[in-house]
Ligand binder design. Structure first.
Ligand code: FES
Length: 144
């Protein structure tokens, strides 16, 4: 049912924790299942994501997708991080069962929310970044 990569990232999630004095923090949830994800980013003066950590109070698919998402954005530019969609994360994990696809939206939205927080703190506008939703159920963008 789950790919080996999903099971690996669920059993040994990468980049779990928090970053004190992070550049941006994003928290999103899914009101239907009650799962919550928080993403912390450290972004340097050149707009490179130097560090990323997450905490997910959620299902195995949410933990695995947040772990993989952190691996995909680490060391990347802000614009590259915007390309880390839930679809990209799922592909890298060799897929998710259809019933768990919505779980992968938390990671994408949490990254966007953390970038939005960073932009607001620094009074900048990030090209292509839309205001994130607090509840992924509102977003209706199940990108399968
Ligand atoms: Fe809630 Fe997976 S069931 S995120």
């Amino acid at each position: 049912m789950y790919s080996e990569k999903v099971i690996d990232h669920f059993n040994k999630p990468r980049n779990v924790g928090e970053i004190k004095n992070s550049s941006g923090i994003g928290t999103v949830g899914n009101a239907k299942c009650g799962d919550i994800m928080r993403m912390y980013l450290n972004i340097d003066d050149n707009g490179i994501i130097r560090d990323v950590k997450f905490k997910t109070f959620g299902c195995g698919a949410a933990i695995a997708t947040s772990s993989m998402a952190t691996e995909l954005v680490k060391g990347k530019t802000i614009q590259e991080a915007l390309n880390v969609t839930n679809k990209a994360v799922m592909e890298t994990l060799d897929g998710l069962p259809p019933a768990k696809v919505h779980c992968s939206l938390l990671a994408e939205e949490a990254i966007h929310a953390a970038l939005w927080d960073y932009a607001e703190k620094n009074n900048i506008r990030i090209e292509g970044l839309k205001k994130p939703v607090n509840d992924v159920e509102e977003s209706e963008k199940y990108d399968i």
